[in-house]
Write a protein that binds this ligand. Structure first.
Ligand code: N01
Length: 536
């Protein structure tokens, strides 16, 4: 542990928290700039989301051409993806390969969970303490913990006495859990639960799924890339393209107006997007479907029909076809054989609203109607999204103000990059930026990291600290709210609105104005000498 007096002058130029997509690239950029940088990573290896979420069936819902780093020829087309939508294992291997290619490991401290980060105004640096008690100091701190890294686990009466395994999908053990032939319960049917259910249904002895909310889904069209014909992309061109499209993919939203397209043509457009087998029907379709109730209902009904056609049992249909929210107002999962899983004799679907879990016994789940023997309970119950990772750390800014207290009352940021009152703290995948929820992750990660790095470079020549002004932050929050409130997403409870966490401030967590508008806003600030940020 460092002596306190050594912390007076920053030991590092920068501390990065997290070694997933964002942390790896942030380390690379800062090192290229000649900054002494270290990364604290809670896991024993790199990968972030793809290190932790090793549950059965985990796979990206973004295609591999855009779910990778595109910033350097050193990485583009050097890694040969085996399929269109890569699995967790392949994505994790890729990030390990990236860490080796860029020679990053020597600057990453593994098994180091950050406990607190406290701003010292006197020395213009952050004092960072890890769970082990080790301390260091750095001029800048960059949070790269990803939007979905603080799990939410339900508490069940009797869980202490349960003799089986209870596991959250994002805490799946490295040594895996044997599920073949066992009695398994899955709680939650978001993007994660759906992947788990469709993957394990045929393998387990008995599967019981507790569903609170049925989701709209799109069938994933996955296919292998032949070794003889690997995926080849033009990295620079694709990187630019992803910054010009609404969701950060290589496809953009439909630019025709819903009202000006006749119903037959709308239907043909939906069919075409549906057949892409990706997220195009959600973030590559008519903008009005996420803003106007009538357009949204038409698309919702289109998807309901598709789902109904896959289910032969009226009772199952009633449970599995969503009717309580509109298409796209929750994250739309891609699926493969999900509905067919429920036609199996060993799979039971329980409506968790009508038949909630009352308590656990050492060997079973007890509901109001039945006792279900189980060996493993898989909680696919989601995350304290976007804010949870940082509020889990005791972050103290100027005048000892607590970020957790601030965000507990009101989630605010300046373009997602900084929070007023927290100098030299930058955030990636942050609230009120698209990266928080509405962006193909690597697209926004690469953009944020580059903006942050350039900003740090600018500050280095001009002062020792940079902080978003209260005025600029208020302006951004107002712009965010205006953009968000025009959408149906902001009016529909989900993790996007913080509704899955009791008492969480209810502001749409991600900026829904699209990547081009966001990139342009960031560019303007930069061009104007970081207007809206004060340098001291
Ligand atoms: O979490 P979720 P997730 N009893 O919050 C239910 C990304 N992702 O891990 O909707 C019973 O979406 C809850 O019910 P309800 C993606 O961005 C990406 O699935 O609150 N049920 C819901 O059904 C995604 O959006 C990929 O009524 C309970 C579920 O649990 C994000 O991660 C793959 C409950 C939670 O769904 C989060 O997805 C997977 C309780 N006590 C995920 N508590 C890829 O790209 C919660 N629920 C591959």
């Amino acid at each position: 542990m460092a002596e306190a007096q050594h912390l007076d002058t920053p030991q590092y130029d920068a501390v990065v928290i997290g070694a997933g997509f964002a942390g790896l690239y942030q380390l690379h950029c800062l090192r290229e700039m000649g900054l002494a940088t270290t990364v604290f990573e809670a896991g024993s290896n790199v990968g972030g989301t793809w290190y932790w979420n090793r549950y059965p069936g985990a796979r990206t819902d973004s295609p591999s051409n855009v779910y990778q780093f595109l910033f350097t020829d050193k990485l583009v087309n050097q890694w040969h993806w085996s399929e269109r939508f890569p699995s967790q294992a392949e994505t994790e291997r890729y990030l390990n390969w990236v860490a080796d290619q860029l020679d990053l490991r020597s600057d990453i401290q593994f098994n180091q969970r950050v406990d607190s980060a406290v701003w010292s105004a006197e020395n213009a640096c952050w004092i960072i303490t890890t769970e082990s008690g080790a301390q260091t100091s750095a001029r800048f701190v960059i949070s790269c913990m990803g939007p979905l890294s603080k799990p939410v686990l339900p508490s069940f009466k009797g869980s202490e006495a349960f003799e089986g395994i209870i596991v959250h999908t994002s805490q799946w053990p490295q040594q895996d859990i044997e599920l073949a032939g066992r009695r398994v319960a899955v709680i939650g049917t978001g993007a994660t639960g759906i992947q788990v259910v469709q993957t394990i249904a045929a393998e387990v002895q008995q599967l019981t799924v507790f569903q609170r909310t049925a989701n709209y889904t799109i069938p994933m069209k996955n296919y292998p890339y032949a070794e003889s014909e690997p995926l080849q992309v033009d990295g620079a061109q694709l990187l630019q393209r992803t910054r010009q499209t609404f969701g950060g993919f290589d496809f953009d939203i439909e630019h025709r107006l819903w009202a000006e397209v006749d119903p037959a043509e709308r239907r043909a457009t939906m069919e075409r997007l549906w057949s892409e087998g990706n997220l195009a029907l959600w973030v590559g379709s008519f903008a009005e479907q996420l803003m106007e109730a009538e357009a949204n209902e038409a698309v919702s009904e289109f998807v309901r029909q598709k789902i109904r056609a896959r289910i032969n049992d009226p009772e199952l249909e009633q449970k599995l076809v969503p009717t309580d929210h509109g298409f796209g107002t929750h994250r739309v999962p891609l699926e493969t054989g999900y509905y067919e899983a429920y036609a199996r004799d060993n799979v039971q679907l329980i409506d968790a609203n009508e038949e909630p879990i009352l308590h656990l016994t050492p060997t079973s789940i007890v509901t109001a109607h039945q006792e279900i023997p189980v060996d493993v309970i898989i909680c696919a119950t989601g995350f304290d999204a976007v804010t949870g990772a940082l509020t889990n750390i005791d972050v103290r800014g100027r005048d000892n103000r607590s970020l957790a207290d601030l965000w507990g009352k009101d989630v605010r940021t300046a373009m997602g990059m900084q929070v007023h009152g927290f100098p030299n703290l930058f955030i990636t995948s942050s609230p009120l930026s698209p990266a928080g929820a509405f962006c193909n992750a690597p697209t926004c990660v690469q953009h944020s990291v580059e903006w942050i790095s350039e900003c740090i470079g600018y500050v280095q020549n001009r002062g020792s600290a940079i902080e978003a002004t209260a005025e600029f932050e208020a302006q951004w929050v107002a712009h965010h709210d205006e953009t968000a409130n025009a959408t149906l997403i902001a009016k529909t409870p989900s993790w996007y609105t913080g509704a899955n966490i009791e008492g969480k401030s209810s502001r749409l967590i991600g900026y829904p104005g699209g990547i081009p508008a966001y990139v342009e806003a960031c560019e303007q600030v930069k061009q104007n000498g970081y207007a809206g940020f004060s340098i001291s």
